[in-house]
Design a protein around this ligand. Sequence first.
Ligand SMILES: [Fe+2]
Length: 346
Amino acid sequence: MSPIARLLLVAALVVAALGVPLVSSTTAQTREVNVYSSRHYDTDRTLYDNFTQQTGIRVNLIEGTEDQLIERIRNEGANSPADVLITVDAGRLWRAQQAGILQPVVTETLATRIPEHLRDPEGYWWGLTKRARVIVYAKDRVDPAELPTYESLADPKWRGRIVVRSSSHVYNQSLVGSLIEALGPEATEAWARGLVANFARPPQGGDLDQLKAVAAGEADIAISNTYYLARMLKSNDVSEREAAARLGVIFPNQNDRGTHVNISGAGVVATARNRDNAIAFIEYLTSDSAQDIFARGNAEYPAVPGVPLDPVLESWGPFKEDTLNAAHYAANSALALMIMDRAGWR
Ligand SMILES: [Fe+2]
């Protein structure tokens, strides 16, 4: 064999050895994934770096507020560079799906790792963390045994003692969406009227503001997502920690359907150019180590069962969660808003 023929043979063998990747569909993709996320925690950055180390796929992160990101992907249309959307609340993921900016993806890893009620039945989005929407009370003024359920918040004995954020916020739309499933629309509206009659003030501020109002004695009871209380308890500010120490947490409806839980989650964008990388990325976020970091970044519950909890969440103990599929209460959000509006919940 001539030296040139030998060289050609070696070259052919090298190409054959590399063969499959050279002609597979993945070569049409760059080794990157474009992630649009409304989460901005330093821990998330660590997570994305770990993914790059494991896979060689670079993560390009675009941050924005939840509604901005959905609007941005819509406006970018077919030219959107977005591969993955990460956002909070099933209500928003559902809206993104309705807006046509997500595509269905089902893989064995995702279906095995993520419990059924925390994901879209068709795979348009997947829950990655859980947050419970709980009742928080002033320990020195409220007996938690008197507030076993969301329904009990409408009892006239709590007149002028409850604070909650506006009905325009998706967290409340999702909660009320879950009540519509459990009680039906009429009973939910009657409940909402009773709750509004118990307000200590017109809705203002976010969940954290409601907790602070209870700690300051402006009200006795608040509705809040769990991570806001966890944040206060872990605050570097001693006055916030002292305020949080005056508050107790109730996981409602332990004797029937369980406490309403919502998710933060991710979906593959309809026009994703790096679809395989996007799927690999979301699958990576369901690994034990990623779940641990992702959930701890905001003191949330990991979506994957068996992953250790943040010590504050651990201290509250286990609770029964409502396993109504997130897509069901999310689909009720427009009706929920109408009901809250009719009940005078601004
Ligand atoms: Fe929040």
